[in-house]
Design a protein around this ligand. Structure first.
Ligand SMILES: Nc1ncnc2c1ncn2[C@@H]1O[C@H](COP(=O)(O)OP(=O)(O)O)[C@@H](O)[C@H]1O
Ligand SMILES: C=C(OP(=O)(O)O)C(=O)O
Length: 477
């Protein structure tokens, strides 16, 4: 397909923050092709959350481009508290992490300190252990501990800002998978009708099931994204992939919790496993990190993004680049540009399909085989619950986009996550044939198909009063 192909297959997620939460910036980012907005609940209060969700919906409506909203809840994540101003930690400095309101009274005047959101930190960590702060940028060694504080020595110094993430590699943290804060955050998300909940530090399938039960109890249809971030997630990868609706390779934390040289292999294995189970997969963090400060990425970053596209991930994700970065719009444009270019030249042979268990998925597989055989064809499908679109996306057609029609706006937003799927909202007609005809007229009016184009239509059709599964080949007239 040509480089001016209107359909980018790889989807773009960006994290919302002060750099991007204005109406004007949202509009620019949606026009640039952003598919999903992520809200990181480590940094968001409920008032801001509600305000920005409503703003996103209003801008979507105005532009006629519905995007998905992903609420990223923090799970068993340990963070430092708020600081009025960053503390510049010095090499060799003695520094306290305090819990249960301990210190400053508990610490001598010359020892500086910060609060931590996890009271049992002082129990889980032993003298001699390493504490890493802010994605591993700052390193401390534990010298002593009591009920209310950990006393440490700074080994690798740096500036300590507000709500910095603490990693304790190898330490089994005794926090629940789905915390009270997560429940409160998710309840707000459900009220505001979010499309995805991303659960941080998923350690087993049971963690995903706990969130699923909560969503069901609150009658939410939000899809669950399991973030794999540590060693237990890697050990239990297959069961987590089976339990979730999508996986996120959260490389920020993975690169700290596991030896960093293992990260490329872990990414490759996780993406392949998702493809083999037909689960969507997101590659996240540091994709364009240098663009937080600079308007152009490094060559290595360009290649990293391309690699995620070559691996056939569903989505690539931006974090600091769009929360606090100087060039958020340029970052989305850059991902768009790299993905389109790589997709245009990707002529790798079709990947082996995921295990096809039902007759219906076998039929859809035949539709994808046909599409791969017909240059410049498009797949059309009609989906009420997303099954058809998800199954087709999982089969990774090589070039043909999957144009998915649904009567549900919620489903349209959720389908934005899927590689190769372009979702459209359209009421369904009284008979499948009428719906297909309406879809073709819609696409022609939008200039998305032209006479002579081949359409492979995967849907059920009415035959002598019976609905039968069918794959049709039509040429646009
Ligand atoms: N809603 C927000 N409000 C203010 N700052 C934010 C927000 N979301 C993210 N940030 C800032 O952007 C940085 C990078 O974003 P992200 O990767 O989502 O966070 P983190 O690395 O803290 O998990 C954060 O460390 C934080 O300083
Ligand atoms: C996406 C990640 O999680 P967070 O930004 O929430 O720490 C990550 O660690 O890569």
């Amino acid at each position: 397909m040509s480089a001016d192909n209107p359909f980018r297959r790889t989807k773009i997620i960006f994290t919302l923050g002060p750099a991007t939460d204005s109406e004007a910036m949202l509009e620019a980012l949606f026009r640039a092709g952003a598919d999903i907005v992520r809200l990181n609940m480590a940094h968001a209060n409920h008032e801001w959350t509600r305000t920005v969700i409503r703003r996103i919906r209003a801008v979507s409506l105005r532009l006629g481009r519905e995007v998905g909203i992903m609420m990223d809840i923090k799970g068993p994540e340990i963070r430092t508290g708020d600081l009025a101003a960053p503390i510049e930690l010095r090499p060799g400095e003695i520094f306290d992490f305090t819990v249960r309101g301990g210190a400053p009274g508990d610490s001598p005047e010359e020892v500086r300190s910060v609060g931590v959101n996890y009271a049992d930190l002082v129990k889980d960590v032993a003298v001699g252990d390493t504490v890493l702060v802010d994605n591993g940028l700052i390193r401390l060694e534990v010298l002593a501990r009591n009920e209310t504080r950990l006393r440490c020595r700074v080994l690798i110094p740096g500036p300590l800002g507000s709500r910095r993430h603490i990693n304790l590699p190898g330490v089994k943290v005794n926090l629940p998978a789905f915390t009270d804060k997560d429940r409160r955050d998710t309840a707000v998300g459900i009220e505001e009708n979010i499309d995805f909940v991303a659960l941080s530090f998923v350690r087993s399938a049971a963690d995903v099931e706990e969130l699923r039960a909560f969503l069901a109890e609150h009658k939410s249809h939000a899809r669950i994204v399991a973030k794999i971030e540590d060693r237990s997630a890697i050990d239990n990868l297959a069961e987590i992939v089976r339990a979730c609706d999508a996986l996120m390779v959260a490389r920020g934390d993975l690169g700290i919790e596991c030896p960093f040289e293992e990260l490329p292999g872990i990414q490759r294995r996780a993406v392949r496993m998702c493809l083999s189970y037909g689960r969507p997969v997101i590659v996240a963090t540091h994709m364009l990190e240098s663009m937080i400060q600079q308007p152009v990425p490094t060559r290595a970053e360009i290649t990293d993004v391309a690699n995620a596209v070559y691996e056939r991930s569903d989505c690539v994700m931006l974090s600091g680049e769009t929360t606090v970065g100087k060039y958020p719009l340029e970052c989305v444009q850059m991902l768009d540009r790299i993905a389109r270019r790589v997709e245009a030249e990707d002529d790798a042979p079709a990947a082996p399909p995921p295990e096809l268990t039902s007759e219906k998925t076998k039929l859809l597989h035949s539709a994808v085989v046909l599409a791969n055989d017909l240059p410049d064809s498009r797949i059309l499908t009609f989906t009420r619950y997303g099954f058809m679109a998800r199954s087709l996306a999982a089969l990774r057609p090589q070039r043909a986009p999957i144009l998915a029609f649904t009567p549900s706006i919620e489903l349209q937003r959720q389908l934005r996550l899927l590689r190769g799927v372009e979702p459209y909202v359209m009421p369904f007609g009284s008979e499948p044939d009428i719906t297909i005809e309406n879809a073709i007229v819609f696409l022609r009016n939008k200039g998305l198909i032209a006479p002579g184009d081949k359409l492979i239509i995967a849907t059920d059709i009415l035959s002598q009063d019976r609905l039968i599964d069918a794959v049709q080949l039509r040429t646009v007239r």
